[in-house]
Design a binder for this molecule. Structure first.
Ligand SMILES: [Zn+2]
Length: 452
């Protein structure tokens, strides 16, 4: 391994490819938003880059989906007891709106918070924080949206955690399989505006007008896929993936141009070492992750008859912040000894645990029983700049991109050469228990894909 490691490390630290690719994705293709011309341009760029690195069979695999377009500016206007206009942004899949609502404070959007609202939430616009109690449970935006809608609210006002007059974005659907005409008007609002709304609400009746103009259409988007390996030596596959799409409001530099670049960089570092691989590598850059994991669900369905060949998944999502790389082994403790040993042998400063995170592209594969790791550099704070207009290229650490690419490439090589594989077969009951533990059942039932 020492010669292989030397090649990977030297190659990683003597090239500016990661930086150049990152700037290209952020500045040339902006947010690479689902089904947009920027996303199409980014997909072509990624395919060309994978070809240039010497991968085989680089291709774009298309899927149909519901595309959403933001039209003009969303406005939140205070009507009573005072008149004022505030910035806000529509959340993807929100319908258009030109209506007045009474406002209620729904706290963190947990069922108990909503049940405590005086007079209930029926017909109201409800303020919901993107926060959770330290002791849990940890609910995602999508859980909170669903709780609020099911409680009878007529609009969802999603509040940014951190100060800076930033409005958060984020889709209202999770690989939704039906029509989307049941969504309620939903906007992201800055924490400072939420503080003012709460102050007015504390003093008495608070009424707002919400105006926005969004549209739905049938759309088409794609995943970019390419292979590296020795055909005929093994039928085993390691999947190395990231989503290349971001949001229409920003460059999506951390989320997830960073992961896209690291996947491209691992491909570049490993391509000259193809004859050292045992299991082949399939590199996938997913589209439409931000709209609810649409690209990864599509690939998992397309690979239905090949899923048994996928031995492990490396999914890189938000790996551009300074600080340690964290490898979360999606409830696969059987893989812990292997990765702990090899992380120590690199030697590398990588944290490893077995946490399960349902909201990224490994999810459609994990529910099918495939072992996976979610790789992230959390930095400090909650979501940081992610999902805001401030997720821009200069905040991404180029040193981090190079370091994460180097560590990940070395771990991928070791995983490819591993034999035998840890016994990872999860039963149907194991998967149901895992999903229940993260409150995924109501969400998946609502979206029409609780297939258990
Ligand atoms: Zn992401």
């Amino acid at each position: 391994m020492i010669d292989i490691d030397r090649q990977i490390c030297a190659n990683a630290w003597t090239s500016d490819e990661a930086m150049v690719n990152h700037r290209e994705l952020c500045l040339q293709y902006r947010g690479r938003f689902s089904a947009s011309s920027d996303a199409a341009g980014a997909a072509a760029f990624i395919e060309k880059t994978l070809n240039r690195y010497g991968l085989t069979n680089a291709r774009r695999e298309y899927f149909e989906m519901t595309a959403w377009t933001r039209g003009g500016k969303a406005v939140l206007e205070l009507v009573e007891p005072h008149r004022a206009r505030f910035p806000c942004i529509a959340l993807p899949y929100s319908p258009s709106c030109n209506d007045e609502f009474d406002v209620a404070d729904g706290g963190m959007g947990h069922p108990a918070d909503l049940a405590e609202i005086p007079g209930g939430v029926l017909g109201k616009a409800v303020l919901i924080d993107d926060k959770n109690p330290p002791a849990g449970p940890h609910l995602h935006r999508l859980h909170k949206y669903l709780n609020t809608r099911h409680a009878g609210a007529s609009a969802f006002l999603f509040v940014q955690n951190s100060p800076g007059m930033l409005s958060p974005t984020g889709s209202l659907a999770f690989n939704h399989s039906g029509p989307l005409d049941q969504t309620i008007p939903s906007v992201g609002i800055p924490s400072e505006i939420a503080a003012e709304l709460r102050e007015w609400a504390r003093r008495g009746t608070l009424r707002i007008r919400l105006t926005m103009d969004n549209s739905l259409a049938r759309g088409r988007d794609c995943n970019v896929v390419a292979d590296l390996g020795n055909p005929g030596t093994s039928e085993d596959i390691i999947l190395v993936c990231a989503h290349y799409d971001g949001h229409d409001i920003a460059q999506g530099a951390v989320d997830n141009a960073s992961g896209t670049v690291v996947v491209l960089e691992t491909a570049r570092l490993l391509a000259p070492l193809t004859n050292q691989l045992r299991a082949s590598l399939r590199f996938v850059l997913f589209g439409s992750e931000e709209m609810g994991l649409i690209g990864s669900h599509s690939l998992a369905r397309a690979m239905e008859h090949d899923l048994h060949r996928i031995r492990f998944i490396f999914n890189l999502d938000c790996v551009g912040s300074t600080g340690r790389l964290v490898m979360m082994l999606q409830n696969c403790p059987e893989w812990l000894p292997f990765f702990k040993t090899h992380i120590a042998s690199l030697p590398a400063d990588v944290d490893i645990n077995t946490h399960f995170v349902p909201f990224s592209d490994h999810f459609p594969f994990v529910v099918r029983g495939i072992p996976a790791s979610f790789m992230v550099t959390p930095g400090i704070g909650d979501r940081g700049w992610g999902h805001t207009i401030a997720d821009t290229f200069e905040k991404v650490s180029q040193e981090t991109l190079m370091r994460v690419s180097m560590h990940t490439a070395r771990l991928i090589m070791r995983t490819s050469r591993l034999t035998p594989w840890p016994q990872s077969k999860k039963s149907r009951e194991d998967i149901i228990a895992l999903l229940e533990s993260r409150h995924m059942r109501p969400l998946m039932e609502h979206e029409g894909h609780w297939d258990f």
